[in-house]
Design a protein around this ligand. Structure first.
Ligand code: SAH
Length: 367
């Protein structure tokens, strides 16, 4: 049972845990000790934390808890990817997907219950928005997946990469997302390098600038169109932060180093996939350290879009490639279990009355 008077330890990064213990007259080192149990060993039960005295275990049980979601569904795809529906304490459900590959295992996690951005080609958007996830609910997806996949502290990591590409716009839940990512990067947390944690955004410009200062993980930007007229339609947030400003911010984000920003580009038949769009994209990305990730559109019920043909995607790819832009076509994984990009819908109550709103044209949330 959830006891809201208790602190959820998953809500605290290392600095937060240190404060938690100091405020209760305990030694600072308890913070890293607890983190090793929680994240290194995947132990959530205080009584199993053997180097902690019985007295402190009892106090911890008084003060705090480790709040984990229930597994509402667990689906395994033919290609080995696995999708979980996690039920949160308030009954809302969110999705996370594990994608195993030869050299790595990537976990895709959610940052919000639903999404406020009205991207026209995304299934999450059609569901509306309910609320932000707490940092504990974000990191708990990693905890649960590691647990369910049998990740062991002494063996090679099953989850080597994390992408914030599930439900929601991570940069509209900034503080909680950053706190959760700090736990992913912490040596006493999941110990992942910044290269292996990727945040994907539709382009919340001021938050990208702030992220560079606070937690400069790998950045992916959902571009999807090479000009403002088209992008205004597909990603309404573009009306607030147009392409030029967005790309300038991306350039600043990676600075002079060797890093690149990944630009996601969903391939929608007859909408954004012509040769001319590809050439326009090449011009648009000039001077931006970029990688392009072409994503074949994943359909969902009631969508008006179709996936571009393989030939079309190949032609588009060739134009970018010949212009010297590192391009990959993302393999569609888990589509037999609706776990592919843009198909994560979860189960929750829309609080925006999205269906009503969307009729009064796509709105841009205040950021
Ligand atoms: N809000 C963030 C992260 C979530 S979306 C963002 O916009 O980046 C993760 C990626 O899947 C984004 O690039 C998104 O544009 C893409 N996507 C959304 N719907 C899709 C669909 N139906 N088919 C393919 N990709 C989709």
């Amino acid at each position: 049972m959830t006891d809201t008077r208790k602190t959820n330890l998953l809500d605290l990064d290392r600095a937060g845990l240190e404060q938690f213990f100091i405020a209760r007259g305990e030694k600072v080192f308890r913070a890293t000790q607890i983190m090793k149990w929680l994240y290194g060993h995947g132990v959530a039960d205080f009584a199993s934390m053997t180097n902690i005295s019985k007295a402190l275990q009892a106090n911890l049980a008084e003060w705090a808890e480790v709040r984990l979601p229930e597994v509402a569904a667990d689906n395994l795809s033919d290609d080995g990817s696995r999708k979980w529906l996690f039920r949160l304490a308030d009954g809302n459900c969110i999705e996370a997907v594990f994608i195993p590959e030869v050299e790595r295992g990537t976990l895709c996690i959610s940052s919000q219950v639903g999404c406020m951005l009205n991207c026209t080609f995304c299934s999450t958007a059609q569901q509306g928005f309910n609320r932000n996830l707490s940092s504990g609910e974000i990191i708990a997806q990693l905890w649960m997946a590691a647990h369910l996949l049998g990740q062991r502290p002494d063996a090679e990591r099953v989850i080597s990469n994390v992408v914030m590409m599930g439900m929601g716009e991570p940069l509209l839940n900034y503080d909680n997302v950053v706190r959760a990512m700090r736990i992913m990067l912490d040596d006493f947390g999941y110990g992942l390098s910044k290269r292996r944690v990727t945040l994907s955004t539709a382009g919340v410009v001021p938050a990208i600038r702030q992220l560079r200062e606070d937690c400069d993980v790998s950045l992916a930007v959902s571009l999807h169109a090479p000009n403002d007229a088209l992008r205004n339609e597909l990603v309404p947030l573009n009306r607030k932060y147009p392409i030029r400003e967005l790309l300038e911010t991306c350039r600043e984000y990676v600075g002079e180093g060797r890093r690149r920003v990944t630009f996601e580009y969903v391939m929608l038949a007859g909408i954004n996939d012509s040769d001319q769009h590809a050439r326009e994209l090449v011009r648009c990305l000039e001077g931006v350290p970029a990688k392009v990730n072409l994503i074949p559109f994943n359909p969902f019920p009631q969508t008006r879009y179709l996936r571009s043909s393989n030939n079309r995607i190949h032609r588009f790819f060739e134009i970018l490639n010949r212009a010297g832009i590192v391009t990959i076509t993302r393999k569609t994984r888990g589509d037999d279990i609706d776990a592919a990009c843009g198909q994560l819908a979860g189960q929750f109550r829309d609080r925006t009355r999205r269906r009503v709103r969307s009729e009064s044209a796509n709105q841009v949330p205040s950021t």
